[in-house]
Each structure stands twice: as structure tokens, then as C-alpha cells.
Design a protein around this ligand. Structure first.
Ligand code: NAP
Length: 328
């Protein structure tokens, strides 16, 4: 297949590119700064020759969007919104105008669309969309607004010959340098990976191999449309999540952090506490109902595999078709 990945130069794009190329597909990445073979220039906003890559392709997986790992200032929030909505609109336009449109358009969304909650897990059927929670900072609602507008931009696209799926993904855990697993492992190894603000908030995650396999499953299953949660079936509280990570690295202690300490740490890392404090309790209702089998349902097994691969210095991901991706 020819698979076009707008925004495919980041962490998730690297995981997909590696596995899908290795499985024998032709992968084309749309980027604002092409540097390698297989990369084509676009600006994520306006029409251009890049649209020819989409015409005649089989699959589009749009990942473009300003990184969420930043301070949530008004300017950054606006850039997070605009980059997602505009790039989705222009991808939709390219698909709509294609003489030979792709069969399927997988559009990145996020598990952050669901409400901050501890009591029950959010699946696609019964989950509560966030934004109305009491006792959370007002700007957390804006992250949900971004996610909703992102999904709406895909829904509104007039692409009758292309199946549309929104990927409500949890944090994708891979051993690649600079990814979220790498950052959390770094903190754990420094002895800083303790509970934050009590650690009761849930962490949803998905192992990179399952992420790739779920994407392949959604490409193949012609009957599936709309939002799909990409998260392992067993989210867990942050304190247990970090304890398991620490023990996989052989680190006995993790200093606990209060909310204000987290604020200082997030400020120093130029990140935002919402990423640490929001309870993301999200489960893959539709994937499980449709018969998708996770290779890693529990964090303990997943973390064991990730630490082993990190120690080997490679990222190796097996695609559903059985081939193995190259090292990082
Ligand atoms: N990582 C996760 O665990 C995770 C989980 C859930 C959802 N997501 C979402 O999935 C997407 C991919 O995640 P990622 O971790 O790979 O993100 P990433 O590393 O930040 O990569 C996103 C890509 O988007 C492009 N981009 C950035 N700003 C842009 C703009 N203003 N206009 C057009 N393109 C822009 C960049 O490509 P160029 O600079 O090459 O143009 C960048 O490589 C993101 O939208 C993210 O929010 C990620």
C-alpha cells in the first residue's frame, strides 16, 4: 500500500514509519522541513503539490499538530488548536479533491478528550467527554476543546469515498530517545519518579507494538468508522505506574512530589502539569469488542519489554504482518 503520513516526523510517526516501511509499504511523510527520502514538503495549512501524494494513495494517517509538551500559555494553546484543525481541514480537502481518494483516513485525536475522572473507565460508548468537570483548572477544558475541534474537522470533511476513523490515543510507549517513556524513565532513574499529588490519577498508555497493530487492524477492517480508543485495557493510578517503572529499572525509591513541586518541575521542563495531574482512565471498548488482541494488556509486562529494548538501544516493533521494524 501507499501510506501518506502528514506530521509523520515526530515520535508516533517514527514508530509507524519504521514498522509500515518494514512491512513492505510505501510510506510518504508530509513535513514542513523535508530532509530525507520519502519526505515531501507541505505547510499544514495551504494547498500545494503535496496533495498529489494523497491522490492515488491507499491510506492517510494524519498526525500533524504542535507538540503538547509545552507550557499551556494562551499563545501555545492557540497554536495547538490551529495546527490541528487547519492541517486536518487541508488533508480533508486534498482527499475530497482527489481523483483516486484513499480507502481510509486515520486521523489522530487523543484520549485527553475524555473527562478527568477516577471512578469508572471511559470507553467510546459510555465515556464522558471532558470540559465540564468541577474543581479542575479552567484551561484543562481548552485541551478538550482542541480535541473536539480536531475530530469535528475530520467529521465535516466531505470525503464520501474514504472511510474515516479518529484515533483517541493514549500515550504511546516506545523505547525511542526523546519519547514519553524515555522522559519518564529518566526521571525514575534519577529517583524522581514517585507519586505526584498523591498519585491517584490514572495513566492510560499503549505499547508501541500494540499501537502499530491497532493501526493495521483499523486499516484492514473496512466496517469500522468513527472514534476508536487506542489504549491498553489496564490503565492504572500514577503511583502504581511509576512504581512499576522504577522497579523495572531497579530503582528502589521515587521521591513523592506535591502539586506545587510538580508545577516547578513542569515549569523547568517547559511542560504543563495537566499532562501529569489529569486522570486519564480510558479503555479500548471498540477494539476489544471487535476482537483485537493486545500483546500487552498490563503495564508490568509492557514495561519489562520496553526496558529490555531500551537497554539494547533499539526500538524493534513487530507489525501485524509479522515483520520486525529496525532499531531506533
Ligand atoms: N505521542 C503520544 O503518545 C500521543 C498520544 C496521543 C496523541 N498524540 C498526538 O499524535 C500526534 C503525533 O504525536 P507525536 O508525539 O509524534 O507528536 P510530535 O512528535 O510533536 O510530532 C507531530 C508533528 O507535527 C508536525 N507539526 C508540528 N507543528 C505543526 C504545525 N504548526 N503545522 C503542521 N505540522 C506541525 C511536526 O512535523 P514537522 O515539523 O516535520 O512539520 C511534528 O513532527 C500529535 O498530534 C499528538 O498530539 C500523541
Amino acid at each position: 500500500m501507499k501510506i501518506v503520513i502528514p506530521g509523520g516526523t515526530g515520535q508516533v510517526g517514527a514508530i509507524l514509519n519504521r514498522a509500515l516501511s518494514h512491512a513492505g509499504h510505501e510510506v510518504v511523510v508530509l513535513t514542513r522541513r523535508p530532509t530525507r527520502e520519502g519526505e515531501v514538503r507541505w505547510d499544514g495549512e495551504t494547498w500545494g503539490p503535496w496533495a498529489e501524494e494523497i491522490d492515488g494513495s491507499d491510506v492517510v494517517i494524519n498526525l500533524a499538530g504542535r507538540s503538547v509538551s509545552c507550557r499551556y500559555t494562551p499563545d501555545n494553546l492557540q497554536a495547538m488548536m490551529d495546527s490541528r484543525v487547519q492541517s486536518t481541514e487541508i488533508v480533508g480537502e486534498a482527499i475530497a479533491r482527489a481523483a483516486r481518494p484513499p480507502r481510509v483516513w486515520l486521523q489522530m485525536s487523543t484520549a485527553t478528550i475524555y473527562a478527568h475522572r477516577f471512578d469508572v473507565a471511559n470507553d467510546e460508548a459510555t465515556g464522558v467527554i471532558g470540559g465540564g468537570e468541577p474543581d479542575v483548572p479552567g484551561y484543562w477544558g481548552y485541551s478538550v476543546e482542541i480535541a473536539r475541534a480536531w475530530e469535528r474537522a475530520q467529521e465535516m470533511a466531505d470525503t464520501p469515498h474514504t472511510r474515516k476513523v479518529a484515533l483517541r490515543s493514549a500515550m504511546v510507549m516506545s523505547p525511542d530517545r526523546g519519547g514519553v517513556f524515555d522522559v519518564l524513565s529518566g526521571l525514575a532513574r534519577l529517583g524522581l519518579g514517585g507519586p505526584v499529588a498523591g498519585g491517584g490519577q490514572y495513566v492510560s498508555w499503549i505499547h508501541d507494538q500494540d499501537f502499530v497493530r491497532a493501526v493495521e487492524f483499523l486499516i484492514e477492517r473496512e466496517d469500522l468508522t468513527g472514534p476508536v480508543n487506542l489504549a491498553a485495557p489496564e490503565p492504572l493510578p500514577q503511583r502504581a505506574f511509576m512504581r512499576t517503572l522504577r522497579s523495572a529499572w531497579g530503582v528502589p525509591v521515587g521521591l513523592p512530589a506535591t502539586k506545587w513541586m510538580a508545577e516547578i518541575g513542569a515549569f523547568a521542563l517547559r511542560s504543563d502539569t495537566e499532562l501529569l495531574l489529569k486522570s486519564r482512565r480510558v479503555v479500548p471498548g471498540r477494539l476489544l469488542d471487535e476482537g483485537f488482541a493486545f500483546a500487552y494488556t498490563g503495564w508490568q509486562e509492557a514495561v519489562g519489554d520496553l526496558v529490555r529494548r531500551r537497554r539494547r538501544g533499539g526500538a524493534q516493533v513487530r507489525s501485524m504482518s509479522g515483520s520486525s521494524g529496525g532499531g531506533a
